[in-house]
Design a protein around this ligand. Sequence first.
Ligand code: GDP
Ligand code: CA
Length: 319
Amino acid sequence: MRIVVLAGGIGGARFLRGLKSAVPDADITVIGNTGDDIHLFGLKVCPDLDTVMYTLGGGIHEEQGWGRADESFAVKEELAAYGVGPEWFGLGDRDFATHIVRTQMIAAGYPLSAVTEALCRRWEPGVRLLPMSDDRVETHVLIDAPDGTRKAVHFQEYWVRLRASVPARAIVPVGAEQAKPAPGVLEAIAAADVILFPPSNPVVSVGTILGVPGIREAVADAAAPVVGLSPIVGDAPVRGMADKVLAAVGVESTAAAVARHYGPDLLDGWLVDTVDAGAVAEVAAAGIRCRAVPLMMTDTEATAAMAAEALTLAEEVRA
Ligand code: GDP
Ligand code: CA
């Protein structure tokens, strides 16, 4: 079975771990969000690709959900001693090595997709991990400036430094219009037996991937059923501040509103949590087959059960 998953960071990575456990023999291609990428200290950092790679490769800091286990911060402290920031982005010593290798390879002329493949040779994530694009796309967030105008900040500054504490007025994926899908992305979508949207952020993770010209169309036109899992449980994101960026695109933070936001052109099936069972009829009325099942990724077993439910729903819509 060929499965394609459009993944962000933590939500995507944890789901993928469950999916691999549910269907160990499946051929899984992950199309990763690179809109969160940022240049820091002269290095190219790809937070979502790395979260997927470390989580599936056994190097993740489990409790935190991002970054490396057994991390130390000597480089960051030394940089701070020179007055060199930003201090708000947590780059550990082990993590730095990944970004150095990546930046070095990119400077030598390798595209991000080739670099990601090379990094994955060490981590053996058990999936084919593709960046959505080899071209630079950077998500910016428009916020209110003190003088009443609007200013754009990098997504990481909004999310990590400001902790989404001010309203997001708009989400701007800078560079998306000119970006091309990375080699293999459209081919994987066209050849897929099932396409899954994990419980990743619908705006700044899955939405950014779909915003690369050609990807949304490929998913909509794919022969494979497309099934998503709600990142919103009980009218709130399970983790993080997805409600802030949903508000910026005029979408309520409910499982049903997110399904309608993707729409029946993209989605054939949608899973909501059992606490949102009341939303099933509304999603079905929008033309998307829907079921309520437990959607909390408390451990790999629970997550594998979610993945199995998604695949069952995909089989149903195919029939
Ligand atoms: P990020 O790039 O690290 O923000 O990660 P993603 O975009 O892949 O996923 C973030 C989303 O995962 C958030 O909107 C959370 O609501 C969602 N999420 C995290 N843990 C769970 C969980 O256990 N169950 C569900 N349904 N959603 C989750
Ligand atoms: Ca992310």
